[in-house]
Design a protein around this ligand. Structure first.
Ligand SMILES: *Cc1c(COP(=O)(O)O)cnc(C)c1O
Length: 377
């Protein structure tokens, strides 16, 4: 349970961190010193590969990249798809749309399959496109679409993409470290996530898990100097972990602590169980209070859940939000187009008892539902 925080963030990143992760930042580091590169960066890179695949870690490498998660996504897309390649983007939300937007900015040839925010990707359509459009070389999908909280069927998508022997890239920003997966088993070639999501670090960098033999083929493709994935990787490899340009030293030190805490918790599966318990408790409690989920249960993820805003005339999201914030909980506005909703995240340094406290706070904040009591008093 959180007792040291003025309020806890029930948002999909940045999220609530442990006091020990925050304390780890209280010291300065030199970016070319071995204490930093061999003591912090190298174990982070190795640890992330271990989290990504238990079966074939030797086939993968890890590149760290400055900036928020989107910088790493842009680095990956812009450094991996060549000028004569074509990218198929699967989207069912704002983060999938962002992948297509990046491809547009970078003038990368691409095709978008949009299944709408309330449906998973259409696998038959994917299969059809890969059969018919021989120009497609790469496919990219979002793992957990944070817009709605929909857990996309990564295994099924991977199967189709790999049957057709395409390069498979995944934005697993809000799932990696909190949802078990094995990139080698799924045949994922590139996967991206960031420091401030399920590993529970603070914001400041992202990382790309790459199949080494595929990354090797990408020299010279990058469309940006600072986001050149291949060069960043060569920098790490030849410099004992060193980053090409100033690295976010305090953030990486905090992240190293966060990785130790993930291990101490029992690894990704244990964390997945905690997040799942948080989410189950949240949904059943909210439904008891009369709220309805945006997605049917079969599409839920342990990461974040969307709820319809109550239809009551007196309901106002900002008033509800502020009341919860006063009681120590920060929730998230909705992002689904055309649906009046808000979201509550269940990841981060957040425990089932925190969810129970949240539910009590929600009940106390439902001023619109207690009108009759006010009138009666
Ligand atoms: C958080 C997130 C991102 C990255 O967002 P930033 O604001 O750049 O950190 C990308 N994709 C998904 C699915 C996310 O949840």
């Amino acid at each position: 349970m959180n007792t040291d925080n003025p309020y806890i963030l029930l948002t999909p990143g940045p999220l609530s961190t442990s006091p020990t992760v925050r304390e780890a930042m209280l010291r300065d580091w030199c970016t070319w010193d071995d204490d930093y590169n061999l003591g912090i960066i190298t174990p982070i890179r190795q640890g992330l590969i271990q989290l990504a695949t238990a079966t074939r870690p030797e086939d993968y490498t890890c590149v760290l990249m400055q900036g928020s998660g989107t910088f790493s996504v842009e680095s990956m897309i812009g450094s991996v798809v060549p000028d004569d390649g074509k990218l198929l983007v699967l989207t069912n939300g704002a983060y999938g749309d962002r992948l297509a937007e990046i491809a547009s900015y970078l003038k990368i040839k691409h095709l978008v399959h949009d299944s709408g925010e309330l449906a998973p990707p259409d696998l038959k359509r994917l299969e059809q496109a890969l059969l018919e459009d021989k120009q497609i070389t790469h496919v990219i999908a979002v793992h957990n679409e944070t817009t709605t909280g929909m857990m996309n069927p990564l295994e099924d998508i991977a199967k189709v993409v790999k049957t057709h022997d395409k390069i498979f890239m995944v934005d697993s920003m809000s799932a990696f470290g909190g949802v078990p997966l094995d990139v080698a088993e799924l045949g994922i070639d590139f996967l991206v996530s960031s420091a401030n999501k399920c590993i529970q670090g603070v914001p400041g960098f992202g990382f790309i898990i790459a199949k080494t033999c595929e990354l090797r083929k990408t020299e010279g493709i990058a469309r940006s100097l600072s986001l050149d994935l291949y060069k960043q990787w060569r920098g790490h490899e030849t410099g004992k972990g060193k980053w090409r340009f100033t690295s976010p030293t305090h953030v990486t030190r905090a992240f190293y602590q966060a990785m130790l805490e993930l291990e101490a918790e029992g690894g990704v599966f244990a964390r997945y169980k905690r997040y799942s318990e948080n989410q189950r408790r949240l949904v059943s409690g909210m439904e008891k209070l009369g709220f309805r989920c945006v997605l049917p249960e079969k599409y839920h993820s342990p990461i974040i859940t969307g709820f319809y805003n109550p239809e009551h005339v007196d309901y106002n999201f900002m008033k509800f939000y502020n009341s919860l914030k006063e009681k120590g909980f920060v929730i998230y506005p909705g992002k689904v187009t055309g649906i009046d909703s808000f979201r509550i995240g269940t990841i981060g340094h957040v425990f089932p008892e925190d969810i129970t406290r949240l539910l009590r706070a929600v009940e106390e904040s439902m001023y619109w539902a207690y009108e009759y009591e006010l009138l009666g008093s």
